[in-house]
Each structure stands twice: as structure tokens, then as C-alpha cells.
Design a protein around this ligand. Structure first.
Ligand code: KG4
Ligand code: ZN
Length: 335
């Protein structure tokens, strides 16, 4: 089944064409316009989606060497995300579905991230633990099948990506902060400063990163003058990064021990972090299988939406002809 998939939940517009488990094209266009504001401006995000979505659809079809008439179904991210951004994608998808008389499959964005491990590695078996870690989400899932998973932990305040971005802002660096901190940290000392590892020893699998941001703010105010010199930037970046990655790894490891699961999948933009990748890969020596999908399937992308839409069609008897579904920004629940 050839699926045209649309993802526009936040600030990336992505259109993919999938055929079963195969990705025929996956174009992703990010929106540099937010850089000058130091964060995502929702109104600008939806306007950019409107400007890009049609052009990207044609280019995705062209890469896949297909035309609209070759497509069997349309899939679209329906939740969670920025309301305006979701509305652009879903309205476009509904229009295509009506025009070409195609089934329309609404897909949950976070579920897309969860199953991106299966898209990357067809040998991956259930159950697995999934850590979704991005600018908007930090959650742990116990995934039992394509239709059943449990939310076992989530952040109580900021997401890990937000912690990277806000720390970078406090340090006078650009946006998004994650990649900049990652780069600086390579030449810094991670033990130079000690930042809090909030909730690392709590009995649950929840996270909290807002205390880290506050602690960095006061630490900088007390000990440095802005602008920071290069060495201080590097050491601060390395120390903050170490604190974030420590918590993510420790909690994920603890969850996989508790649920006796040997497969771990990590998705979301923060999974690009080089220390995170190194630290999680170290778990392979303890007998864990670590799946870190390639970056185009970790960041927001439509390939994961098309892949999961195909699984939904395979595993359910639903007709997928409802054009009245509403988009939603509500967070995830267990299934
Ligand atoms: O998944 P994503 O592209 O978009 C959503 O937030 O949904 O994730 C973006 C987040 C940003 O907070 C960004 O700073 C972070 O991922 N990020 C990184 C790195 N690359 C992107 N964080 C740490 N290290 C990186 N190399
Ligand atoms: Zn995402």
C-alpha cells in the first residue's frame, strides 16, 4: 500500500511516501525563521507550513517517482502538537483524501516516534522500552505491540530538549541550543561543575528538568560575567549535558530492568546528542539491544507517520473514511 504521509505538528514540514515498510521518499523542511526569536513562534510555524506543504508534497512524489493517482491512502499527524500547525497538515490531508477519494489515517505524533525503532530495524521485537526525547517531549514507554503501550514516565515540567535550549539561551548561545551545546561540550570538562540530576533516584520513571535551568541561571549569575569566555562555555556545556544525559540513561536503564526488557529505542531530536548516543550504546555490553534510528527518523518526519499508518491498516478493521476528526494538543495516555 502506497501511503502519502504528512507531518506538520511543530516547526518541521515533512512529506513522505511509504510502501509497506519501505520509505520511498521523506522530505523534511525545517523553519529557520524561529532562530531570531530564540524559540518557536506558533503563528509563524503555521504560516510556514502553509507556504511549504504543497511544494514539498510534489517533491516527495517526484523523489518516489509516483503521481497522486498511484497513492492508495493519505496519513497525517493529528495530535499532539501546535494547534495551528496541526490544522494546516490535517486540512491539506483531508483535501487530498476528498479529491482523490483516498482513505485518511490520523496518526499520533508520539506514537510515530515510538515505532520509529521498528521502521529503522525490522528485526526489533516487542516488548521494548522507548524513550522519546525532544524539544516538546520526554517520555518513557513500555511498548507491547503496534496497538498496545504504556506510558511509564514523563517529564513533570520541561522536556530535555527544552533544557538544552534554555541553558543555551542563558549562556548567550543561539537556537536551537542542543546542537550548539553538544559541539561545545566536546572540548569541555563534564566534571568541572556539578549540576542537579533531578529525580534520578525517585521510585518512578518521571523526569524534571526545570530545576536544572534555574540552577544554571543562578550559577552563571553568581560566578560569571557575560559574555562568557570560550573555556567557560565549553565547561558549562559539558557539565550541563552530562547532567541531562545521566538522568535520561539512568531512568531508561532502570525501566528496562524493572520491566525485564532488553530492547531500547530512542527517538526525538535530542537523540542526536553525541554523549547520549555514546552512553546508551555502552549498554550493549550489558546485553541490551539499543536502537538509535538514523537522524531523519529521529527528528520530526513523515516517514514514521506513513510507516505507522500502514501498520494500523494491517492490524485493524477500521475503514479510515472519517474526514471529521479534530486535531488535538493533548498529551499521551497509555493504550
Ligand atoms: O524532535 P525535534 O526535532 O523537534 C521537536 O521538539 O519535536 O527536537 C528538537 C530538539 C531541540 O530542543 C534541540 O535543541 C534538540 O532537539 N537537539 C539536540 C541536538 N540536536 C537537536 N539536543 C542535544 N544535542 C543535540 N545534538
Ligand atoms: Zn517530535
Amino acid at each position: 500500500m502506497k501511503i502519502l504521509a504528512i507531518e506538520s505538528s511543530c516547526d518541521d514540514t515533512s512529506i513522505a511516501v511509504t510502501n509497506g515498510n519501505n520509505v520511498l521518499s521523506n522530505v523534511i523542511s525545517s523553519q529557520p525563521i524561529h532562530t531570531e526569536f530564540g524559540g518557536i513562534v506558533p503563528e509563524l510555524a503555521s504560516r510556514s507550513h502553509i507556504n511549504n506543504i504543497s511544494r514539498l508534497t510534489y517533491s516527495s512524489l517526484e523523489i518516489a517517482n509516483l503521481k497522486f493517482v498511484d497513492i492508495d491512502a493519505v496519513a497525517v499527524t493529528s495530535e499532539p502538537g501546535l494547534m495551528g500547525s496541526l490544522i494546516v497538515g490535517s486540512s491539506f490531508a483531508k483535501g487530498l483524501s476528498l479529491k482523490y477519494n483516498l482513505p485518511l489515517i490520523p496518526v499520533n505524533h508520539i506514537e510515530g516516534h515510538i515505532y520509529s525503532g521498528c521502521l529503522e530495524d525490522e528485526t526489533l521485537e516487542f516488548p521494548f522500552i522507548s524513550l522519546v526525547v525532544s524539544g516538546g517531549h520526554t517520555s518513557l514507554f513500555l511498548v507491547k505491540s503496534y496497538s498496545e503501550y504504556e506510558v511509564i514516565g514523563m517529564t513533570k515540567d520541561d522536556a530535555a530538549g527544552e533544557a538544552f535550549d534554555k541553558t543555551a539561551k542563558l549562556m548567550g548561545l543561539g537556537y536551537p541550543g542542543g546542537p550548539i551545546i553538544d559541539k561545545l561540550a566536546k572540548e569541555g570538562n563534564p566534571t568541572e561543575y556539578e549540576f542537579p540530576r533531578s529525580m534520578i533516584n525517585s521510585d518512578d520513571f518521571d523526569f524534571s528538568f526545570s530545576g536544572l535551568k534555574t540552577s544554571v541561571r543562578y550559577f552563571i549569575q553568581k560566578n560569571f560575567e557575560l559574555p562568557l569566555n570560550e573555556l567557560d562555555k565549553k565547561n558549562l556545556a559539558a557539565s550541563v549535558q552530562a547532567a541531562i544525559v545521566d538522568v535520561l540513561k539512568h531512568k531508561t536503564y532502570k525501566a528496562s530492568k524493572k520491566y525485564k526488557v532488553k530492547n531500547i529505542v530512542i527517538g526525538g531530536g535530542v537523540s542526536a546528542n553525541s554523549l547520549l548516543r555514546k552512553k546508551f550504546n555502552e549498554l550493549e555490553s550489558k546485553g541490551f539491544k539499543i536502537v538509535l534510528p538514523k537522524m531523519e527518523y529521529c527528528i520530526d518526519n513523515a516517514a514514521m507517520i506513513g510507516f505507522l499508518a500502514n501498520k494500523k491498516i494491517e492490524h485493524s478493521k477500521r475503514k479510515y473514511n472519517d474526514l471529521t476528526f479534530k486535531v488535538s494538543s493533548r498529551p499521551m495516555r497509555s493504550k
